[in-house]
Design a protein around this ligand. Sequence first.
Ligand SMILES: [Zn+2]
Length: 255
Amino acid sequence: MRKNRQVLTVRCRQDNYAYLLPLDDGTCLLIDAPEAAPIVSRLAAEGLRLRAILLTHHHGDHVEGVEALRAPGVEVIGAAADAHRLPPLDRAVAPGEEVEVGGLSLRVLDAPGHTIGHVAYHVAARSALFSGDSLMVHGCGRLFEGTPAQMQASIAAMDRLPEDTAIFSGHDYAEANLAFAATMAPDPGALARRHAALALCADEGWPTTGVTLAEDRALNPYLRVHLPQVQAAVDMPGAEPVAVLAEIRRRKDRF
Ligand SMILES: [Zn+2]
């Protein structure tokens, strides 16, 4: 059976996702390292060797597997701004930079809000965005360190990527996020289609990430803060996008 070798999703811990990007030479890149065991077994099952680990942010459930996976020839890459609280980095990168690993190019995006120093990686060659806990499928991460304005800017920048870009976020929160999004004036047709898709994911044990920006623009309230129907849903007609985002995030925290 020939699988889609573009992006492999690895379930970790309770509800985390890590991602493998296979390269032509039998090596691969890993996005985030929540824990080592499931990643090690997936590498073995796929016959892949690790070449680099790219980290989105410093939280333990994204980095705790790094030391067990660290080996000669495995490059650990993360944000220079967060180097003091990430595992030791072999390469420190900055937003705007184009990172080249094994012939694959990843653009580093500034993605503060959930944490300061959070980055995302856009891989244009695979139409993929690895957004960690910033923009998430049907939602966004909690604002632990940053401000609504920072999250709004992070999400707005990601929203400028091509519409066929698939969002690969750090957690399996799609179902909970969609339940909340359903209260924020989503497109009804898109909502029904996505409910059906998530039911299928649950039945078949498939991951829930990899939704495209085009699909999520019809559902994700944080991508829709400029729309009158979303502003009306939070009783803020005509309000600034950042104020709308702040209110939506507050409501989600209580949801
Ligand atoms: Zn986090």
